[in-house]
Design a protein around this ligand. Structure first.
Ligand SMILES: [Zn+2]
Ligand SMILES: [Zn+2]
Length: 358
């Protein structure tokens, strides 16, 4: 079957190959025919080495498709079922799962280091244990979440990562208060989802911050009340909050420099929500004095910061009711053969989400 493979960390281009095989099928596992996958910024971060990932590997972790085959012991799925690929499955038994914080379950990382694919030349890994830039993936049954028949594959794919992450940051982690002021730094698919979440919770002011003019335009369309370039943020803080700072600032970039700016843009007693996935050697500096004296709450938000499956269901309900715009997030579509174009669109910020149709 066909899959897009990155041969070495640091390379910019994927090779679309047709001699790849999805491996690891057996008891408790399922085989999925991938139909659509979104390109998430974490895929680029894994390719560049910012996020840890062995190579060669197939990127892609935001996917949806149909069940082809179920292994022994899998009772909740059957061939033909439509599913979202969940890269962070819940075991249901660990302390985090029992508390309802399935985003903190580590079960999905237990298979890290096990190849998901094979080529005649050797083993190939899948990003985050999935690797959805492929016609087929084999994953634990818990990574295949059934979805209703009215949810198209492209929409379902977005729910698999970016939308869940961004909406959840506003709805689960920050619990944005009605009437509050919000700034969102970084307005790709995740940042736009955070904007939609803040709007749903009734934020009065939502300032979108992004260096790319096209993304600022999009942010206004999705509910931002103002959109500014990063060097205009200090002015916006003055204008919107009288200089005090925003009640909530979402950092959706994943860099210490933007996190520091976000911290300084948050009002005393306000909330900084860290959504971006950053590097292990990139450190955020805070003085012990400001940490104590300014009483700003720093709330990291992993995969939407709540029960993952409940977040999926909530998103589907909001989408059906027309309360969130997911269709509009897909600004580009490409076939798998043109996946490198999708990477370029993401790098240059010309897409919110590119849907790779497989
Ligand atoms: Zn992602
Ligand atoms: Zn668990």
């Amino acid at each position: 079957m066909r899959a897009a493979v990155l041969q070495e960390i640091g390379q910019e281009k994927l090779e679309v190959l047709d001699d790849v095989e999805a491996v690891g099928f057996g008891p408790g596992r399922v085989r999925i025919r991938v139909r659509a996958t979104g390109l998430c910024h974490s895929d680029l971060s894994a390719m560049s080495g910012v996020l840890p990932q062995p190579a060669p590997f197939v990127p892609g972790h935001e996917g949806a498709g149909e069940i082809v085959e179920v292994g022994e012991g899998v009772t909740h799925l059957k061939p033909g079922d439509r599913v979202v690929v969940c890269w962070l499955p819940a075991c249901g038994a660990c302390p985090a799962c029992k508390r309802g914080q399935t985003q903190l379950c580590l079960a999905g990382f237990m298979n890290a280091g096990t190849p998901n694919f094979r080529r005649p030349g050797g083993d190939v890994f899948g990003f985050a244990g999935t690797g959805t830039f492929a016609e087929e993936v084999v994953v634990d049954a818990g990574c295949a979440v059934p979805i209703p028949g009215d949810v198209p594959f492209d929409i379902a794919a977005l729910i698999g990562c970016g939308v869940t992450t961004g909406l959840g940051a506003a709805l689960n982690t920050a619990e944005v208060e009605a009437g509050s002021s919000v700034a969102v730094i970084g307005c790709g698919g995740v940042g736009i989802s955070a904007i939609q979440g803040a709007r749903l919770r009734g934020a009065a002011e939502i300032v979108a911050v992004d260096p790319v003019p096209a993304r600022r335009e999009e942010a206004l369309r999705f509910g931002a009340t103002q959109a500014v370039a990063p060097d205009e943020l200090a002015d916006a803080k003055q204008r919107v909050t009288g200089g005090e700072g925003f009640d909530y600032v979402f950092e959706v970039v994943g860099r210490s420099a933007t996190a520091r700016t976000a911290y300084e843009t948050t009002r005393r007693g306000g909330t900084l929500v860290v959504v971006g996935a950053g590097a292990m050697d990139d450190f955020l500096q805070l003085s012990m004095f400001e940490l104590f004296f300014d009483e700003k709450r720093i709330l990291p938000s992993m995969y939407g910061g709540g029960d993952v499956l409940r977040s999926y269901e909530r998103t589907i309900a909001l989408w059906r009711a027309g309360r969130v715009d997911l269709d509009g997030l897909i600004t580009h579509r490409v076939p798998l053969a043109e996946v490198n174009e999708a990477l370029d669109q993401m790098r240059t910020g010309t897409s919110l989400r590119t849907c790779v149709e497989i």
